[in-house]
Design a protein around this ligand. Structure first.
Ligand SMILES: [Fe+2]
Ligand SMILES: [Fe+2]
Length: 276
């Protein structure tokens, strides 16, 4: 499946007046905050691993898509930096963004070389696309978010799905063996789980929620209940381990168009209403 991707420029102003900005629910809010926390540095890493391949890509569509992939990720990086700055300044002044899994990724990149770096990005992008699909299919969850946060998440999800095969196709073109994908899958899964758990725990502690058992029960239900977020994520996430996997085997292009229409019809953020 071949088609062009393009960056949609968005300008955001975040105010995050309420700490639990997602429906006044600490679990949902902390979940999104934690998942977003390392977005800027992850996307910087992704761009860094893709750039060395650019000049040797000869397929004009793929080359154009790589350029636009980099633009999209740079825009996400900037928008998420703004949102996280607001979050930390206003609600978590002592929270540090130091990610101790970064040295593991850097080591894997240094030992495995450029193809390994690309494979790590393939897995990171796969996770982002699978998560984006789950979020867009559960977008009623965002109904209670402030409009700029709703807009940020929907915009990011659309572009993550749209460019989900770009890095995968580069790796394929440069004959990145299946072994790279497997090694990258376990490295990224470990690093992401550890980093997300750490930041989620830090926010819980900061808010004094870690002493309340009812929160642990609610988190478990939110992640693994019916229809829990992780329950929906797990099968598509592991699908990348199939040797003949390609991201567009799950064709959710229609989902992009549905949400794109909803976003572009009403460009003004405050006028964006979700119809379910
Ligand atoms: Fe992104
Ligand atoms: Fe991405």
């Amino acid at each position: 499946m071949k088609y062009n991707i393009f960056p949609r420029i968005r300008n955001f102003e975040f105010s995050l007046k309420t700490k639990y900005w997602l429906g006044n629910c600490p679990i949902k809010t902390l979940f999104v905050n934690a998942l977003s926390f390392y977005t800027p540095e992850s996307e910087r890493f992704f761009i860094r691993t893709v750039k060395p391949f650019y000049k040797n890509i000869h397929d004009p569509i793929l080359k154009e898509n790589v350029k636009n992939f980099i633009r999209q990720e740079s825009n996400h990086q900037q928008a998420y930096t703004q949102y996280l700055r607001e979050l930390v300044n206003k609600h978590y002044p002592k929270l540090t963004s130091k990610n101790i899994t970064q040295p593991i990724l850097a080591l894997a990149y240094a030992l495995g070389g450029k193809k390994m770096g690309l494979a790590l990005t393939v897995i990171g992008e796969h996770f982002a696309a699978v998560l984006a699909d789950v979020i867009l299919n559960n977008a009623q969850m965002l109904k209670e978010a402030p409009s700029e946060m709703r807009h940020l998440l929907l915009w990011h999800c659309i572009e993550e799905i749209e460019h989900k095969a770009v890095v995968f196709d580069i790796l394929k073109q440069f004959k990145g063996e299946y072994l790279y994908r497997i090694a990258a899958f376990f490295t990224i899964t470990f690093c992401m789980s550890f980093a997300y758990f750490k930041i989620f725990w830090q926010m819980m502690r900061f808010d004094g929620l870690h002493k309340k058992w009812s929160y642990y029960k609610a988190i478990l239900y939110f992640c693994w209940g019916k229809p829990g977020i992780f329950r929906q994520l797990i099968k598509p996430y592991f699908a990348i381990l199939k040797p003949r996997f390609h991201p567009w085997q799950q064709n959710n292009h229609e989902l992009i168009q549905i949400w794109e229409n909803k976003l572009s019809k009403r460009y003004q953020i405050d006028e964006l209403h979700l119809n379910f």
